[in-house]
Design a protein around this ligand. Structure first.
Ligand SMILES: Cc1ncc(COP(=O)(O)O)c(C=O)c1O
Length: 407
């Protein structure tokens, strides 16, 4: 049922998206800001996450235009922010065609009226009953015959319904997915094709290894984006040659590095599903996906102590405030203070010193001073919080968005 609706959308959406890319929404179009009286970030309890309104609008607009220029539907991953207004911005107000990474996210967006939600983590048997309740609007992912057997064992999600199944394809990441040339990949697709209670919806790949290239090696990223394309297009060809019905089966590719540096063409690819581009982060900047000015997400922290003997400041943000990721890269950087580095994060506190060992000018950082961390990995930093505060160019909070919570 889901895929029949989607084939119709498949015709309409590129047209809609072409139109929407040129007039991407602004935060004020979709947010509840009319009910919020703007207030200064100075009144926020730290740590807190702010996202810059103009920057996310620009990031979203750029990716919508890019996907449209490649004749692809943008099915944004929403796990970076997990908010309804954020997803509406990414889709240009279309309450459909998104990617999620937890069942809780699927429920959260479904409750808000979203449909055509792709749950992009291979499903395990313990989650099937919960997924069945959403199966009219949520595609489930498999990469192993055991998952298919568990879905068949459960049977149709509801009378008259079928599971809409996505096959995860490994385009070189090596985390999950089938390798197109492996006989197991063909067997998996045949099993889905043959099962009464399911239909094959998409061949999906995410090149997580695009994060591992040497910083700034854009050519290497373009090569990986070609691998993504070739993996799903090749797999579809193999399936067709082996009489699997792929007439209506879609193909999808994407990570933020590869969608920032796509190949010359994406012919044979229907969808792109990057997510991190919504805010970017310091890692993406070093990878070469964005300029530092495109980083929309900042973790606010306050100076809570001065320690001249050890040349350290203490801040009220630990790994619970910005995650422990990127320790070897000082967890990101501190905006406007390139001389400072975050040396270490404990649970609720962190220490800041200078990168070159020079003395901190403590007078510049009275206790209570707000520092803005450009986080190493925005998805991980935002995940530590329940609310995102949207700020304008004057550091005034103009809206606060609730994040989906839990798994
Ligand atoms: C399966 C899957 N799809 C899409 C994405 C989005 O990629 P990115 O965060 O690089 O935009 C991710 C990110 O981890 C992912 O795991």
């Amino acid at each position: 049922m889901l895929s029949r609706q989607l084939s119709r959308r498949g015709v309409l959406l590129p047209l809609l998206l072409c139109a929407s890319a040129s007039r991407a929404l602004s935060v004020s179009d979709i947010s509840s800001s009319s009910s919020i009286k703007p207030f200064s970030i100075d009144t926020l309890t730290t740590p807190a996450v702010i996202i810059d309104k103009d920057t996310i609008e620009a990031n979203v607009k750029r990716m919508l235009a890019r996907s449209s220029s490649y004749n692809c539907i943008l099915r944004p991953h929403v796990k970076t922010h997990k908010t309804i207004p954020g997803a509406l911005l990414q889709t240009s107000n279309r309450r459909s065609t998104i990617t999620v990474s937890t069942l809780r996210e699927a429920e959260f967006f479904l409750e808000a009226g979203f449909t055509d939600i792709l749950y992009a983590v291979p499903i395990d048997p313990s989650k099937i009953i919960r997924a069945a309740k959403m199966a009219r609007h949520v595609h489930v992912t498999v990469d192993n015959i055991q998952q298919v057997a568990a879905l068949i064992n459960h049977g149709a999600p509801a009378p008259g319904e079928r599971w809409s199944v996505v096959v995860m394809v490994d385009s070189g990441y090596g985390r999950d997915g089938v390798v197109p040339s492996d006989v197991e990949a063909l067997e998996l697709a045949r099993a889905i094709d043959a099962a009464e209670c399911m239909e094959l919806f998409m061949l999906y790949t995410h090149a997580g290894h695009s994060y591992d290239v040497p910083y700034g090696d854009v050519e290497a990223i373009v090569k990986i984006s070609e691998q993504e394309r070739d993996a799903v297009v090749e797999f579809k060809k193999i399936l067709k040659e082996n009489n699997v019905d792929v007439e209506n089966v879609k193909t999808g590719v994407g990570s933020t590095p590869t969608c920032s540096h796509p190949p010359q063409h994406l012919s044979g690819v229907d969808e792109m599903h990057p997510g991190n581009y919504f805010t970017y982060d310091y890692n993406q900047h070093l990878i070469g996906s964005c300029d530092v000015e495109d980083i929309a997400c900042k973790v606010l922290t306050r100076v809570v102590g001065h320690y001249p003997k050890t040349n350290k400041l203490q801040i009220d943000c630990g790994w619970t405030g910005t995650s422990a990721q990127g320790k070897e890269h000082n967890y990101g950087c501190i905006e406007g203070h390139s001389e400072l580095i975050i040396e270490n994060l404990k649970q609720e506190a962190g220490t800041v010193t200078t990168g070159d060992g020079s003395a901190i000018d403590f007078e510049r950082f009275p206790v209570g001073t707000i520092l803005k961390i450009l986080p190493w990995h925005s998805c991980a930093s935002i995940h530590q919080h329940r609310k995102l505060h949207v700020v304008d160019g004057n550091d005034m909070v103009v809206d606060s968005w609730d994040c989906a919570d839990g798994w």
